[in-house]
Every structure is written in C-alpha cells, then in structure tokens.
Design a protein around this ligand. Structure first.
Ligand SMILES: [Zn+2]
Length: 430
C-alpha cells in the first residue's frame, strides 16, 4: 500500500496494491503479479479515515479466509477452493500511522518501542528527537557509563520489549474512533488513535508483524540528514545555531557553543563539519563517478559544484549513495572516527539490503547498528536523531522475523506506480 503522489496539484491519490507472496521470490515483486485493488482520490489525504475505504477489501479478505472462493485452475483443468490471508502492509512511515492507528508523531513516535520510546524535546530546535540508543547495548557496555559524550547522563534503562499483536489488541479494543468530516477533535493525546480495521481479520492479532517499516524511505531519510549535515545544505542540515544552543541547554560539548563577537555569532567547526576544500573534494569525487547503464541515475547531474551540494536526490539515488558511493566520497576527509562510523553505517545498509543474508550473522548486525547509532550520538548534534534515524535500530529485528528486505521494500511498488501514473496521465489527456 503506498501513497501515489499528486496527480494534480490540489488533489491527492492513494493506491492500494496487493502482492501475491506465495509465488517464487524472483516473481512475486514483478509488476505482472501485482494487483491494483483500489485508488483513493480526494482533495486531502484520507489519513485515519482510510479504514472506511478499506472496508470492502477487508470484507473480501474475511471471505477468502473463512469460506474461500471457487477458482478454476486452467493448468489442471479443474476448480479448487482458494483461500488467502493478508499478512502485512508495506508503506511509508506516515501511512504506517494511518493504517496501524498508532500516532507516529510526538513524544512516543516509535511504534515498536511504543510507550517506552526514549525522547528529548529540544527547546531551541523546537522538535522532539529520539536519542537513548545505549539502552539497546549489552548490559555493562562501557558506553553506558559515559555522561558528557552522550546526553549528560549515564544510561540505566533497559531495552524495551515490543508488544505482541494480542497485547496491542488488548490495549486498543475499546478505542472508538469516529471517521469522516464530523469527527470530534481528540483532546487527550493517546498514542493509539483507533482500532485499525485490520483487527477485524481473525488472524491479524496473532501475526508477529503486521506493518513493515519500509527500508527505502528509512534509508532515504537517513541519507538526506547525513548529506545535508555534512555539506551544511540550508534547510537540510541538522546543525546550526539552535542545535548548538540545545547543546548548551543539555550541558554537553561546551566547545561547540556559539561565540558572539560584536553583532556576529560564530559557530565552531564540529567534528562533522567539512571545510570548503573537503566539500570540493567530496563533490568532485561524486562528479567523477561513472556507472553502467541502468545501475542508477546519472550521479554527475546530482552534484552542484557552484554551491558544493547535492540536489534533487531521489530514493534510489540515496540508496546508491548509501550502498556504495558515500563511503568512497568521504575517503581522506573528516576525522578518522567520524569517517569510520559513517562507513560502518553504509556497510550496514549494504549488508541488510543484500538478497542473501546469513541468518547466523544477524545478531552481529544488530549489535553493530546499535554501536553505530551510539557513536553517531557522540559525534552528531541531538537534532540529527529524528524518528527515521531511530527506526534503523529496529530493521534487523524485522529481517530476523520476516526475511530479506528486497521482498518488502517499496522500489518495485514505486516503479509500478510510475508506469500507472504515466498511463493515467495519457488517458486523461484531452
Ligand atoms: Zn523504537
């Protein structure tokens, strides 16, 4: 299921696609086997009201689970009773909130940590950030005792245990949401906004996973934050005066405090700040990249040498950068420890996105990403840690329970929607 994007500037359209998962893995994400179940058009996104539109689909899925339908098998030349179940949804993070009924904004934005989400409200940056990745480390890890290198406190919290489907159902079974225009504004900020319509499926609460985190969107957001901060791109960087003032507020990294000289305020270079020479070297490296046809878009065209920044990065460009190019472009620049951490992050994304994953190495990978996130907390300002950066910590758990990521990310879906969008545009042409 994915938001389709705008067909016209003042209308939104959402599409619901069904993917058949009991085909061979090489086939199931092919366009030929995807089914467009519905498209929802409107002046606004359906938001939590999406349940109203999904009702007919859920009725069909209940029929397919309980009674089944008779289908003709042309190969065997006979009829059989077809049963089907819906076992997950794949969507971006805002749609995750709309479908699951969990509020993915605010202090408890992580649906996996739920009410144990570790958050910090930044006074100057005026946003909530999600630090506290030391909770996921092994007990007595040396990082847990450090104060100033992190948020000013030692870490004594333990890693939260995700709730099972049954436990979630117990929490939300009495939540009654009103759909439509006449709905009342909720005054109490509950983390569960509604009982998702999917819970009407008899098996839904027994599933290990109901909604997947989409790695395509997670990777894009992490890449955008990383490149925006490294190249200090206006509007994308997580560093700045407010980020530095928040460091003073948290009483950490005094050396980065803004310095006022006359009417001007100066910000000291941090360990992740690139000098003009380093930025030029970074951009020149990417400008010189040549890739084979169909591997990625033309990387050269993404680099603006005049402004020393990357422009117009699409999801797949971010994927290629995180998988291969970024760790090459930062060679020889940045302090060694920062460079190593970023390279390890890129290598982590490369490992989890590969088609074959050794299940015996998953524990190692999980430990690796926790250490990487802790190290990023040591180097980058707290404002860097938005919810998408935090979600990276949960990706390996999903692989452990649901298998390789390429079977459940949105690249094939986005490509399908692009083709469909072109088709709709051609049909609508006067
Ligand atoms: Zn979490």
């Amino acid at each position: 299921m994915n938001p389709f994007g705008n067909i016209s500037s003042n209308h939104s359209s959402w599409s619901v696609l069904l993917v058949i998962y009991n085909l061979p893995s090489a086939l199931c994400m092919k366009h030929k086997y995807m089914m467009l179940s519905m498209m929802i058009f409107g002046p606004k996104q359906p938001g939590n009201d999406i349940d109203v539109y999904l009702n007919p689909l859920i009725e069909d899925m209940k029929l397919l689970w309980n009674e089944g339908v008779d289908v003709f098998d042309a190969f065997k030349n006979k009829s059989f009773r077809l049963h089907a179940m819906l076992f997950c949804t794949i969507n971006d993070f805002p749609a995750y909130g709309n479908l699951s009924g969990y509020s993915v904004k605010g202090h408890r934005a992580c649906p996996i940590c739920e009410d144990k989400t570790s958050y910090e409200h930044l006074k100057h940056g005026r946003k909530t950030v999600y630090l506290g990745h030391r909770r996921f480390l092994k007990k007595y890890h040396p990082h847990c005792r450090l104060k100033k290198a992190f948020n000013g406190y030692q870490e004594h919290d333990i890693c939260p245990t995700p709730l099972s489907g049954v436990e979630i159902y117990e929490k939300i079974k009495n939540v009654n949401a009103t759909f439509g225009k006449m709905k009342k504004k909720q005054t109490v900020s509950e983390i569960w906004k509604k009982r998702s319509i999917f819970f009407y499926l008899p098996y839904w609460c027994k599933l290990d996973f109901r909604h997947y985190l989409d790695v395509m969107h997670v990777e894009k957001n992490v890449c955008d934050s990383l490149i925006g901060t490294l190249l200090n791109i206006k509007g994308k960087t997580k560093d700045g005066l407010n980020a530095r003032l928040d460091l003073i507020e948290m009483n950490i990294r005094e050396e980065l405090a803004p310095r006022e000289v006359g009417k001007h305020t100066y910000l000291h270079a941090a360990c992740y700040t690139l000098s003009k020479k380093e930025k030029t070297s970074f951009c020149e490296c990417l400008k010189g990249v040549k890739v084979s046809h169909d591997y990625s878009s033309n990387v050269k065209s993404l680099v603006s040498m005049n402004d020393l920044k990357l422009i117009g990065l699409k999801s797949h460009d971010c994927h290629v950068l995180m998988q291969q190019l970024l760790s090459v472009a930062i060679r020889g620049i940045l302090p060694k420890n920062v460079r190593h951490t970023i390279t390890r992050l890129c290598s982590f994304f490369n490992s989890i996105c590969s088609k074959e994953i050794d299940s015996s190495k998953l524990d190692e990978l999980e430990e690796e990403i926790i250490v990487i996130l802790c190290q990023l907390e040591m180097f980058f300002p707290p404002s860097f840690f938005d919810i998408m950066v935090h979600l990276v910590v949960h990706l390996v758990r999903e692989i452990k329970l649901c298998g390789p990521i390429y079977m459940r990310w949105m690249y094939p879906v986005e490509r399908y929607m692009k083709i469909l969008k072109g088709y709709v545009k051609n049909q609508c042409r006067p």
